[in-house]
Design a protein around this ligand. Sequence first.
Ligand SMILES: [Zn+2]
Length: 237
Amino acid sequence: MALPNIIGSYLNDLLLLAFPNNCLACSGSLMTDEKDICFSCIDSFPETHYHLSADNPVAQHFWGRVPLAHAASYLYVRDGNMTQTMIHQLKYKEKKKIGVKLGRLYGYKMKQAESLFPKIDLIVPVPLHANRKNQRGYNQSDVFAQGLSEILEVPYEPNVMKRVVETVSQTKRSRYERWENVEGIFELSEPDKIKGKHILLVDDVITTGATIESSVTTLLKGENVTVSVATIATAGR
Ligand SMILES: [Zn+2]
């Protein structure tokens, strides 16, 4: 049901407007040792655990399209769940701190012994076009990269690649047109910085995977480069 979700999201926005330091997922008040997201929300995050499985659905999504070492998403997103609320706060409500927080939380998961992501040299966010970035004031994938970088103790580099074509909203296009639409939209600006490196490419939500595929293709133009992918969310549950 779309309507209650819209109302829920609207109420959440109103509550956070009135109490800007409350939990960014449930808008409830935070205890003194809680920051940005309450412990209860973190405990009930809809986690995919894809970082532990080489043939997870996100990895499979890219099979036969682009060669990746590994691919994973942290959380499931669906209409009305807390991931959707958090992404909404991150992208449209100027809450960039939630991106950093989610990056840190996923960083700890990736550090687990069984994780498939042990040896990353550099973290690169999928770039936004300059116009879009100026509009929002930041790139939502940059802040996720920052959080990951802190915990994994691996540098992040937002400028190795840039988005040279500003694409229009893709929601109304057919799947085929969406693929066409992202062909060649990125340009490798600093190939020396990625030479010989295993790059973790990060984005907010994976939808068709077309934008990520286009970014991977661009990064692979670098010399002796390996790419893995991590996103905050993927559809499901
Ligand atoms: Zn909460």
